[in-house]
Design a protein around this ligand. Structure first.
Ligand code: HEC
Ligand code: HEC
Length: 302
């Protein structure tokens, strides 16, 4: 095509670029006006930004920008802040007892705030944003504990983890009694009824009777003769009808048949002892732990 008069596409009425492939022609549609304005605006912004902020490398230095912004300056400011009151409160958490922290309302409030924020960053993925837990991930809001719910217990759990890589990890095994052939299927069926009965749920009484000896022989060393559990071994109370892995017959049977081995990471390598203390304060308060300074006065009037 050699003539220079612009060609108009018949259907759309738009000018074409004059390019044609096997009868297919290219329309010459201009950019939408809004797009062009955004494009020009970003060019202007880039120029203004380069003038205002550190941008151009020079031989021995760099262009520092009209605003003199600098990450280093910001860090210096933050360090200065830390040097102040916050930093002192932070340091006070190290090695402090629950009573020591609760005795200083300002320190307690600081620990709660720091603990809550660290919980959102590190724990909520597994325990839920409010610590409500999921199947296999304990609810931290109730007063039901596997490994103990005192401030010291919680701090220890966080430090060494549960079945974790730490040398002193909290550790105990709920074996796969069925899969590994320690008990027969009928024995496991009976035990399922036995555990249902322990937790106050409806159960087949003949099966409960049959399972009595099996339970005492195989289960009581960890869960206790009465099935009330043992926090020093992380063995859940089976009588409270609160379940980590579910409390209907199918869940209980699956637990006994396949075993359970929940893993909680050790945090001593990732978090400082001060943050672990703050987390323990926060989790302790969630679990309806002992009184906090705000709610010591909950007794009803006579
Ligand atoms: C990768 C998942 C995961 C993360 C992340 C995690 N946990 Fe856990 N946590 C678990 C599991 C699973 C258990 C239960 C272990 C068991 O079965 O004994 C547990 C147990 C606990 C317990 C013991 C509860 C009891 O009843 O004794 C506490 C306390 C706890 N977690 C607090 C935390 C805190 C605080 C954080 C954040 C620093 C955290 N967890 C992060 C998975 C996790
Ligand atoms: C060596 C100690 C030990 C013995 C023996 C043992 N358990 Fe466990 N059991 C545990 C531990 C520890 C857990 C928690 C596992 C976890 O947190 O991942 C558990 C969990 C359970 C649970 C789940 C509770 C829940 O909240 O979901 C049931 C049910 C249970 N055991 C029943 C039994 C029965 C029945 C026997 C006997 C056949 C038995 N256990 C023997 C240690 C033991």
């Amino acid at each position: 095509m050699s003539d220079n008069t612009p060609k108009i596409d018949e259907i759309s009425g738009t000018e074409t670029t004059g390019h044609e492939w096997d009868g297919i022609e290219e329309l010459n549609t201009p950019m939408p006006r809004w797009w062009l304005w955004v494009f020009y605006a970003s060019i202007l912004f880039a120029i203004a930004y380069a003038i205002a902020m550190p941008s151009i490398p020079l031989v021995n230095s760099y262009y520092k920008g009209l605003l003199g912004a600098s990450d280093r300056k910001q860090v210096a400011q933050e360090v200065e802040l830390m040097g102040g009151q916050k930093y002192e409160l932070f340091n006070q958490l190290n090695g402090e007892t629950l009573e020591g922290i609760e005795a200083k309302p300002e320190l307690f409030r600081f620990a709660m705030a720091a603990g809550k924020s660290a919980f959102g960053d590190n724990c909520a993925t597994c325990h839920g944003s409010g610590g409500q837990g999921f199947k296999g991930y304990p609810n931290l809001n109730d007063d039901v504990w596997l490994w103990g719910g005192t401030f010291e217990d919680i701090r220890q759990t966080l430090t060494v983890g549960i079945r974790s890589a730490h040398d002193d990890t909290r550790f105990n095994i709920m074996m796969a009694y069925g899969r590994e052939g320690f008990l027969t299927n009928p024995q496991i069926d009976d035990l399922t009824q036995y555990v249902l009965n322990l937790s106050g749920q409806e159960a087949e009484q003949q099966a409960v009777l049959r399972a009595g000896t099996v339970f005492q022989t195989n289960c009581s060393s960890c869960h206790g003769v009465a099935g009330t559990g043992d926090q020093s071994q992380g063995a859940p109370n089976l009588t409270d009808n609160e379940w980590l892995y579910g409390g209907d017959a199918a869940d209980i049977r699956a637990t006994i048949y396949n075993g359970r081995q929940g893993v909680m990471p050790n945090w001593n390598e990732r978090l400082s002892p001060e943050i672990i203390s703050a987390l323990a304060i926060y989790v302790h308060s969630l679990g309806g732990g002992v009184a906090t300074p705000q709610d010591t006065n909950t007794e009803d009037a006579p």
